[in-house]
Design a protein around this ligand. Sequence first.
Ligand code: ADP
Ligand code: MG
Length: 356
Amino acid sequence: MYEKKDKKPANSNAELTSLSDLGEFGLIDRLTRNVKYYHPETLKGIGDDAAVIDAGEKVILLSTDLLVEGIHFDLTYMPFKHLGYKAAVVNISDIAAMNGVPKQMTVSLAVSSRFSAEALDELYAGFIMACDKYKVDLVGGDTSSNVKGLMISVSIIGEAKKEEVVYRSGARTGDLLCVTGDLGSAYIGLLILEREKSVFQVDPSMQPELSGFDYQVGRQLKPEARTDIRNLLLGIGVKPTAMIDISDGLASEILHICKQSGVGCKLFEGKIPMDEHTRELAKEYKIIPSVAALSGGEDYELLFTVKQDDYEKIKEIAEISIIGHMIPSSEGKQMITPDGKSIPITAQGWDGMKAR
Ligand code: ADP
Ligand code: MG
C-alpha cells in the first residue's frame, strides 16, 4: 500500500512517492523515462493519442485503452451493450485524433465468475455494433478470469498517409483553437445517472427517471467518435496543426497541446460550445456550466488548432467552434471570462471529477 506523505515508514529511509502526488501524467512520465526506441520506423512513441509507425507508403497508428469496472464504468446503469460500444469508440476516437482512419482492433477481457455468458454476449453485441458503424475489423484479443469485476482492454490500429498525421505538438503562436460539437453533456449525463442510482439504492422499487435527459445520458452511455472530421477538413482544404481528442476534459487536453507544442493559449470561456439544456442542468447541480466542459470529459469531441489563415474556411462550419488562439508560452495558459478577467487554466488531478 502507498503511505501518506506524513506517515513515512518508521524503519525505512526510502521515501515512497504516492501516486496521487504524481498524478496520472506524472506517473506515465516517470515510468517511461528510460524507454528507448530501437527502430527508425517508430516515428512517434509515447506522448500522443496513438503511436505512429512508418509502414512505407503509409503510417500505422497504434493506440490502447483500459476500462476498469468501478473506475471507468458502473454496471448499475451501464448496459453491457453500451459498454462494448463505448470501449470501441474511445479507441476509435484516438485514431480520429491523429487524423487517421481506424482499421483493426483487438479486445481483451478479464472477467469474474459473477458474469454470465449472456451478459458478455451483450458486451460483444456492442463491440460489433461499433465495428459495423465505424468499419473496424475485430481481429483478436485475450480472455482471462479475474478475481473481481470486469476489465476491458482494447487496442486499435489505424492508417494515414505520413503527411496527413496530426500530432499534439504542432500548434504555433497565432494558431486558432477549435473544437468540434459541444462539451460537458457527458459529464452532466453521468451526474444524472449517479443521482438515479442513489435513488434506486434507497428504494429499489423506484424506476430510474431518465426521460427528458436523453441527450446527456446518451452522450455518457453511447458516445460517438468524430471520424467525420477528417473528411470534413479534407473537403475544405484545412489540415490542423495539432489535434487531440477530449477524453479527460477541455482544460486537460488544452494543456497537453500547449505542453507538447511549447506554446500558451487564450481560451474564451464564453465561446465554449455547450448544449443549452446541459447549461441549465449544470446550474441545477450547482456547477458553473463551463466547468462541466473544462473538467468533465468523456465527450470524445476533437480539440485542434489551425493556422490563422484558415479562419475564413473554418468559421462557417457549424460543427466547429473557434474558442481561442495560441500565444507564446511565456504568456501562460489563460481563460478569459465573459467579463474580461484572465484566469489560469488548470487541470483536475488524478482522475479528478471522474473519480467515482
Ligand atoms: P489518451 O488519453 O489519448 O488515451 P493517455 O493520456 O492515456 O492518452 O496516454 C498518454 C500517452 O502515454 C500515450 O502515448 C500512451 O500510449 C502513453 N502511456 C500511457 N500509459 C502508459 C504506460 N503505462 N506505459 C507506456 N506508455 C503509456
Ligand atoms: Mg486521446
